[in-house]
Design a binder for this molecule. Structure first.
Ligand code: 6PG
Length: 485
């Protein structure tokens, strides 16, 4: 029997856009005791949701935006789950028109945070609240408990918070949702979450590549390795699903599924945004950026085909003379190290974004709400939370004493793996660039001094000295004397 609510009841929350993510979110709200107003531009989707899942809770379906808005309790709260970009703007305008002062419009899609900042201003000018909320966990998370990163005015969190808490994933009794900060903070943090997701997926891919083509293991055997890894420090959703994917056989041919999937990785853009924003903020998010480039390179099919036709010399490819079990353990440690770098860089970007835009984002909140529901959920987020609990102003996550201790055990295997990959001619863009990042951070002297000299030579860009204050220039084309500027 359908429990679809009578029109006289009002809904605590509404969902606009009933593709899979939107309808799963609506079902999650309904299953957790909320009356949910639902609306989709084409009414077939609304009808399908009600006929297939109407018995899961109380829904109020509407076929016009006006009816939808009228079915919401005040202050009205409506989550938009439509395509990012123009479609989102169109729905925001419709809702703003139909709503009243103090009502709350929530954008639950993967919007670019600068769009969210703009939208918040526009909506606020009309007296409504706008909340850009990152929602992670994919279709399954939307239905059974996502991790939610809402931005927007703190005031809207007061009414919205309990409803979002009712559907979020929970870890140790703590819901995986909290107010991140004003305007674009939620979407910015979700963007960086996705950037870390890209890097995490890429380092897992690099580990797989080394086991597969470095020591010749079959996908099913590697699946077992990932299962074991998932019982240790690397315990995470992405490692868990990697084992599933590697163990899967193609239903048509019986071959390992991974062998029949075209090796060109897609992307919808959030990783790219994270890299662009990192560049703009001047934060070296090398692992994230390399993982975006790795996807782009994988999809450069024509160029790759041309390069494969024996066009590019490989140089001498060494035989790998290692004990297989030891190599597998080295790869595990290299993966752990590169993953740590990606998280450390991601948290650096969040800190820089928070300072630039005045958001006051607390890294402990992220380490808490990313422990469950989201794609990068991982056991070691507990350690990250402890690290920021011990020192909220850590200069870098990897400088936390626990992680420094871990790196003691990881650094040698990590170096060995990068050397082995190089000798085997196997690409490890994130393993290798993360190691260079790590060594750059450690280096007492960087070649940046030489770059400053070059800049001064061709452009009189000046330089600082190590031995006294001031700004200096050498008269390169004259007598090469030193001038203090
Ligand atoms: C999540 C995911 C989700 C989506 C991304 C990744 O946190 O639930 O990140 O937002 O899967 O858009 O997409 P691409 O890999 O296609 O960029």
């Amino acid at each position: 029997m359908t429990q679809t609510a009578e029109k006289t009841d009002l809904a605590q929350i509404g969902v606009v856009g009933l593709a899979v993510m939107g309808s799963n979110l609506a079902r999650n709200f309904a299953r957790n005791g909320n009356t949910v107003a639902v609306y989709n531009r084409s009414p077939e989707k609304t009808r399908a949701l009600i006929s297939e899942h109407g018995d899961e809770g109380a829904f109020i379906p509407s076929e016009t935006v006006e009816d939808f808005v009228a079915s919401l309790e005040r202050p009205r709260k409506a989550i938009i789950m439509v395509q990012a970009g123009a479609a989102t703007d169109a729905v925001i305008n419709q809702l703003t028109e139909a709503m009243d002062e103090g009502d709350i419009i929530i954008d639950g899609g993967n919007a670019l945070f600068t769009d969210t900042i703009r939208r918040e201003k526009e909506v606020a000018a009309k007296g409504r609240h706008f909340v850009g909320a990152g929602i992670s966990g994919g279709e399954e998370g939307a239905l059974n408990g996502p991790s939610i990163m809402p931005g927007g005015p703190a005031e809207s969190w007061e009414t919205l918070g309990p409803i979002l808490e009712s559907i979020a994933a929970e870890v140790d009794g703590t819901p995986c949702v909290t107010h991140i900060g004003p305007d674009g903070a939620g979407h910015f943090v979700k963007m960086v979450h996705n950037g870390i997701e890209y890097a995490d997926m890429q380092v897992i891919g690099e580990a797989y590549q080394l086991l597969r083509y470095g020591v010749g293991m079959e996908p099913a055997e590697i699946a077992e390795v990932f299962r074991e890894w998932n019982a240790g420090d690397l315990d995470s959703y992405l490692i868990e699903i990697t084992a599933e994917v590697l163990a899967q056989k193609d239903p048509e041919t019986g071959a390992p599924l991974v062998d029949v999937i075209v090796d060109a990785a897609g992307q919808k853009g959030t990783g790219r945004w994270t890299a662009i924003s990192g560049l703009e903020l001047g934060v070296p998010i090398t692992g994230i950026a390399e993982s975006v480039f790795a996807r782009a390179l994988s999809s450069a099919t024509a160029q790759r085909a041309a390069a494969q036709e024996g066009q590019l010399p490989s140089g001498t490819i060494a035989e790998l003379n290692v004990d297989k079990a030891e190599f597998v353990e080295d790869v595990r440690r290299a993966l752990y190290a590169a993953k740590l770098i990606a998280y450390s860089q991601g948290f650096d970007e969040i800190k820089a974004g928070s300072e630039e835009f005045g958001w006051n984002v607390d890294p402990r909140d992220l380490a808490t709400i990313w422990r469950g529901g989201c794609i990068i959920r991982a056991k070691f987020l507990d350690r990250i939370r402890e690290a920021y609990d011990n020192n909220a102003d850590l200069p870098a996550l990897i400088l936390d004493p626990y992680f420094k201790g871990e790196l003691e055990n990881l650094i040698d295997p990590w170096r060995r793996v990068v050397v082995a990959a190089t000798q085997l001619g196997l690409p490890v863009p994130v393993f290798a660039s993360s190691l260079s990042y790590y060594d750059s951070l450690r280096a007492e002297r960087l070649p940046a001094a030489l770059i400053q000299g070059q800049r001064d030579f061709f452009g009189a860009h000046t330089f600082k000295r190590v031995d006294r204050e001031g700004t200096f220039h050498i008269e390169w084309s004259g007598d090469r004397s030193l001038t203090e500027m």
